[in-house]
Design a protein around this ligand. Structure first.
Ligand code: DGJ
Length: 739
């Protein structure tokens, strides 16, 4: 049994194939303490690791030093106010204004299932087990239910928390983490993903020092700037070696991820909804569900952590009907035309694209209301028939007649001040009464916490989707939340707005998918500001970044692939000079880099150089040939351009290890150099493989290096030689197949 309760020792043991997570009950049985998380161990009787037999001892034996106990005990859910000064995972205010909670064990249950979390995205699937530990504060009647789930085919541990008000008065949750645990520091490093617009999810590593460190977002979205994720890396951890603890929040709004190193060189790791601006009122009898946190421990470096997240998300989080199907190669008109298009331009793009084998046209921003720039018309979701003469259906039918699917862009959460919607309902925007709300990209955010506004948004989308054969929606969101105020909430519930807003977005996407179960939904937020596991639950792919430059993308995609499956990364080939950085890279290389994601085009195919246009059918064929391997394979990072500043290299390996694809991008040419030795990864040491290069000119595979087959161990240890390519920004795709 992977989850067991050892009554005599008062120990809960959660075992996955490679890991153990152990919780103990201390002080008859009292507090739930964190005993151990790491590589799988055989023993359960490990309560001594909570140090309850060392001074200051549990309060029943040494009440005199209760605060010292509270401040050193490895609390599984540290609550505020009783002497634990290392950071709270839970803070609840009572009507009397007090904020201290003493949570003690009440009961537990172990079930053979993984439940859905009401209103929230979460992992799902069969062959699961869940442990729930119910704790309670006897004075105010607040209960905290800690939940831990595992799936038979994964090493991840899913944690979440539910707060139930069993008291007689309302309480206010001021802070709530979904996961928290304490452990001794062993010289860990902190890894986070940071960035900004057009430079999302770059990897940052720093030593863990005393005090608090961490990342957060208070922008109402998971954000360009930070990812709801942190990892602790043991000494010397790299792609294959060393300990790694990853924590990732299945949530798309404000979050906080932190580590605290205290006086005894112990660490407390916490992850949950961001506490600033958050305050949730719970009436007697009501419950609050916190989002799910996904914990992954790897004793085999970052690579194993990445692959564990990839498999978990592919098998247990992305529930779209499109997940296991090849995604259509799309062409999006954003970088091709921006707002300057009509049905003629779009049709011309589609016609040329269909000849090149592209399978879907996506009409981006600018098709509705009076939208001719980003200054107006958000909210007016009716087709601009001056732009699309003959209407949407006519265009879609014509595109379909070319053998192509049709997709459309929406930004449903927003309203422009210059729009019919805003003129009719100025009170629908999030704002503080009496204070002029700040604009961002000249738009306000609709107060989706109000049902009538959600209904308007839903009906606006469905009216369009029902009017033509639309098979894909790009759901965009181009600003952060500020000036938080809702006319739908009383004063003591204004602190609920950010979270209610996220619940509303989830509800809308849920409704949409229920009504159009086959719809391919791609989430987007000014590029990749909402690239998070919450969005992945609804959309199998997310637009990675507005930066489509192949070289910038190497770093963005490396950080993204650290925790997300490649099948989720929206990646397109765009025109040069690149619209974000002005860089000129070979069309071929742009194709290799976009192949690491969902693959598509973001350019005016009627205007690009003829030699680029001629390459498109070959790139599309390349995508069809290798996409399954990329989307479903195991991902191995071999070299990082972000680290070495010269070249990038990664592989995907088929699960049965019969086949692999290696991408090698020489970013900077070095003069007077030799070929570079590359040690492959993930192959079967005892299988023999042949290495071939994909030749873009012929669309065929040609031999690369010696023609003979080599054992996997040879290719992984002795390596192969990657020849020097002429010039900067050059790439090679190697197909490694079992001989
Ligand atoms: C931001 C997105 O990331 C772009 O791809 C594009 O859809 C624009 N918004 C349109 O406004």
């Amino acid at each position: 049994m992977p989850i067991t309760y050892h009554e005599k020792e008062r120990i809960f043991k959660i075992d996955t194939q490679r890991t153990s997570y152990i919780i103990g009950l201390a002080d008859r049985p009292g507090y739930a303490g964190h005993v151990y998380y790491g590589a799988r161990v055989q023993d359960a009787a490990l309560a001594h690791l909570m140090r309850i037999h060392e001074p200051p001892y549990v309060p029943s034996q040494n009440a005199r030093e209760k605060l010292s106990f509270m401040d050193s005990f490895p609390m599984e859910l540290p609550a505020h106010g009783l002497g634990d000064f290392r950071g709270d995972a839970l803070r609840v205010r009572t009507e009397g204004g007090h904020t201290a909670l003493e949570l003690k064990y009440v009961s537990h249950e172990i079930t053979a299932k993984k439940e859905a979390l009401p209103g929230l995205p979460a992992t799902f699937g069969k062959d699961a087990q869940t442990l729930k530990i119910l704790t309670e504060d006897a004075l105010c009647g607040v209960q905290a239910e800690l939940s831990y789930s595992i799936f038979a085919d994964s090493d991840a541990v899913m944690r979440s928390l539910r707060i139930i008000n069993c008291g007689r008065e309302p309480v206010w949750i001021e802070k709530i983490c979904s996961a928290s645990f304490d452990m001794d520091d062993q010289g860990y490093e902190l890894l986070t993903l940071h960035g900004g617009w057009a430079k999302e999810r770059h990897i940052s590593r720093s030593p863990v020092t005393f005090g608090f460190q961490g990342v957060s977002s208070y922008r109402g979205e998971s954000s360009h700037q930070h990812q709801p994720f942190l990892a602790l890396l043991g000494k010397g951890a790299d792609q294959e070696h060393g300990e790694v603890y990853g924590l990732h929040l299945v949530y798309s709004g404000n979050f906080s991820a932190s580590v605290y190193k205290g006086q005894y060189e112990q660490l407390r790791i916490m992850l949950g909804i961001g506490e600033e601006d958050f305050c949730w009122k719970l009436e007697p009898g009501e419950a609050f569900q916190a989002p799910e946190a996904v914990l992954v421990y790897s004793a085999e470096g970052l690579g194993r952590m990445s692959r564990t997240y990839h498999d978990l998300y592919r098998n247990h989080l992305i529930r779209s009907a499109c997940q296991k199907k090849p995604r259509p190669v799309l062409i999006n008109n954003w970088e091709a035309t921006y707002f300057d298009f009509d049905e003629k331009k779009l049709y011309a793009i589609a016609k040329q694209a269909s000849k090149a084998g592209i399978e879907m046209l996506v009409m981006d921003d600018g098709w509705f209301g009076a939208r001719s720039s980003d200054n107006c018309a958000l909210g007016d979701w009716y087709v601009n028939e001056r732009k699309l003469k003959g209407g949407l259906k006519k265009l879609v039918d014509r595109v379909n007649a070319l053998g192509m699917k049709f997709g459309i862009w929406f930004e449903p959460e927003m309203v422009s001040p210059d729009s019919d919607l805003y003129r009719a309902h100025p009170d629908w925007a999030i704002a503080i009464p009496g204070r002029e709300a700040g604009l961002c990209r000249c738009q306000y955010v609709l107060d989706l916490s109000r049902k009538e506004i959600r209904d308007y948004v839903f009906e606006s989308i469905t009216r369009i989707l029902d009017s033509a054969n639309i098979e894909y929606v790009k759901w965009d969101m181009n600003r952060q939340l500020a000036d938080l105020g809702s006319l739908g909430l009383p004063a003591d519930r204004q602190g609920e707005l950010s979270h209610r807003y996220m619940l509303a977005v989830y509800e809308l996407q849920e409704r949409l998918l229920k009504r159009y179960p086959k719809l391919l939904l791609e989430n987007c937020s000014g590029g990749g500001a909402r690239f998070d596991p919450g969005m992945l639950y609804y959309s199998p792919q997310i637009w990675c970044s507005d930066d489509t430059d192949a070289i910038e993308r190497l770093m963005i995609q490396e950080g993204t692939a650290l925790i997300y499956p490649l099948s989720a990364m929206g990646a397109h080939v765009s025109d040069c000079p690149n619209h974000t950085v002005g860089r000129v890279t070979p069309f071929e290389t742009r194709g290799y880099v976009a192949l690491a994601g969902t693959f598509g085009y973001e350019l005016d195919i009627t205007k690009i150089p003829a030699q680029d246009r001629e390459m498109i059918p070959k790139q599309v064929a390349m995508y069809h040939r290798y996409h399954k391997l990329v989307a479903e394979g195991d991902y191995y990072r071999i070299a990082s351009y972000a680290e070495n500043h010269i070249y990038d290299c990664y592989m995907t390996v088929k699960k049965d290890r019969s086949e692999a694809l290696l991408t090698y991008i020489q970013v900077m040419m070095q003069p007077n150099g030799h070929s570079r030795k590359i040690c492959l990864k993930g192959l079967d040491p005892d299988k023999r493989y042949r290495v071939k290069r994909f030749c873009m000119d012929s669309g065929k595979e040609v031999s690369y290096g010696p023609k003979q087959a080599f054992y996997g161990d040879t290719l992984m240890k002795a390596g192969l030689l990657a020849e020097t390519l002429w010039g900067d920004f050059r790439g090679v795709l190697l197909h490694i197949t079992e001989a």
